[in-house]
Design a binder for this molecule. Sequence first.
Ligand SMILES: [Zn+2]
Length: 249
Amino acid sequence: MTIHLMNCFTDNARWPSKLKTGMVCLLIESEQGLILLDTGLGLTDYAHPSKMTRMFRIITVMPFDVNEAAINCIRALGYNPEDVKHIILTHMHFDHISGLPDFPHARVHVHKREYDAFTDGKIGQWTEYAYIPRYLAHKPDFVLYETIDSKWYDFDAIRLPFQPEMYFIPLFGHSRGHCGVAIKTKTGWFFHAGDSSAVYDDTTPKWLINLVLGPHDARLRKFKQAHPEVLMTNSHMYPEFFDQHPTIS
Ligand SMILES: [Zn+2]
């Protein structure tokens, strides 16, 4: 079992200009076939950017390099994108799902609360302006999860139907149904906290974390300190992270 870390969306701050990030998407070899965790920007956005992408190109610095599209990253790793059978989403903001149309035959796994927030047509919180309906125009086959059936450490967890063992960890706040994903590795665990924390960045002010990322950041930082056997990431990581961890097994 190998997990490949791919940067599928470089998005740098205009200020402070040293704040540079790539977006962590995972390609997971599982017994159920290749699994993609979050998609980054897809090919249609490079050809016809959505209004959200156009806005981010103004307020942030994006190289906008089509080689970063997940489908191209997967080809560059030597895999056939058609072998991606499943896509797991931490949540459904534009930068996490824009690549869904590039994998039209993959089943898409997401928390029901997130799917409902995306599809109910109501703006429940301001971050829901990042829901862009066109990425579901191909009508993907969704698998929705809601019932807590496990514990992962002291987190409530939902077992996902894959081997290696993996769980959705509900971390609502950044979006209505946002989840982290924990994946068993040979040496411990890999925990992708999505957009619910900035565990590697000590410069982001607390008010901004609470406003954008939701209420879990402090707990996740404590957890990371207490559990060195868990390799933790969030979605938007400093560029060197990808060189330090190209693969995990
Ligand atoms: Zn988000």
